[in-house]
Design a protein around this ligand. Structure first.
Ligand code: NDP
Length: 259
């Protein structure tokens, strides 16, 4: 086990599977005590057990990022379990596809409330503690989908992630004088359960336009976040790092043919 986060207390929302599970493992391997936040208890508890079986420290908080009360409970649980909130990593997100013409108001609200309003509730719950301790790291898992590229059927998701990037910059301005940095990682296509549920053909098509030739793993995102979480990144704030194997670079689907 390395120790770049030794003694730190970290919250990871959506830590029960996918990218969040990868973040929880990597942060714990680096010495952080990790509060895994998830709606489903079984998935979250499994990650907690995986981490503790490897000698790490983790606890579960069952909560929904759409709920202000749950986010306040999450902050309280982290303080109760680990005595501090050094890192808040807001990863929980959903991406149900729906064309604008067919989209219900409920789906629009569900996506915006989870992916964007959840950032507000999560940050608001943890900021008082970080201000008081005059240090902290707020991390957001954004996306290339919205800020950089897009899919028909994901306009709600794209709006939420564009909003997430703007939130990162706004929050970074408010928190800088307290020694708290706010940064994000924008994943390209990462192999997770959520993505597998979208279906196989689309995944193969995407793989073909990724210059590095393969779909990323949750740990690829976790290691980028680890940099932002580290002491070494103390002077970096308001930034969003794209981690996508070069996915947004080709100008056309055939651009890689001669490479
Ligand atoms: P998954 O669907 O695999 O995992 C999402 C996790 O978030 C689950 O553990 C889920 O558990 C939890 N979650 C969902 N909604 C809530 C909620 N309201 N409150 C608390 N927890 C919640 O998704 P990914 O790992 O693929 O995605 C994670 C993040 O990465 C998202 O923000 C997504 O937008 C972003 N991303 C993913 C990409 C990819 O290619 N996979 C690409 C770009 C960005 P439960 O339902 O039990 O709560």
């Amino acid at each position: 086990m390395a120790d770049s986060l030794q003694g730190k207390a970290a919250i990871v929302t959506g830590g029960g599977r996918g990218i969040g599970r990868g973040i929880a493992h990597v942060f714990a391997e680096e010495g952080a005590s990790v509060l895994v936040v998830n709606r489903s208890v079984d998935a979250g508890q499994t990650v907690v057990e995986e981490i503790t079986a490897k000698g790490g420290t983790a606890a579960l908080f069952q909560g929904d990022v759409k709920s202000k009360a749950d986010m306040e409970g999450m902050a309280a649980a982290c303080l109760e379990n680990f005595g501090a909130i050094d890192i808040l990593c807001m990863n929980a997100g959903i991406f149900p596809a729906a064309l604008i013409a067919d989209m219900s108001e409920e789906i629009w609200d569900e996506v915006l409330d989870t992916n964007l309003k959840g950032l507000f509730f999560g940050a608001q719950a943890c900021i008082p503690h970080m201000k008081e301790q005059k240090s902290g790291r707020i991390l957001v898992v954004s996306s290339i989908t919205g800020p950089n590229v897009g899919w028909p059927g994901l306009s709600h998701y794209m709006a939420s992630k564009g909003g997430a990037d703007a939130f990162i910059r706004g929050a970074s301005l408010e928190m800088a004088k307290y020694g708290v940095t706010v940064n994000g990682v924008a994943p390209g296509t990462i192999m997770t359960d959520g993505l597998r549920e979208l279906g196989g053909d689309a995944l193969e098509e995407v793989r073909q336009i990724i210059p590095m030739g393969y779909i990323g793993e949750p740990e690829d995102i976790a290691y980028a976040l680890l940099y932002f979480a580290s002491e070494q990144a103390r002077y970096v704030t308001g930034q969003i790092l794209i981690v996508d194997g070069g996915q947004i670079l080709p100008e056309s689907p055939t651009a890689l043919a001669d490479a």
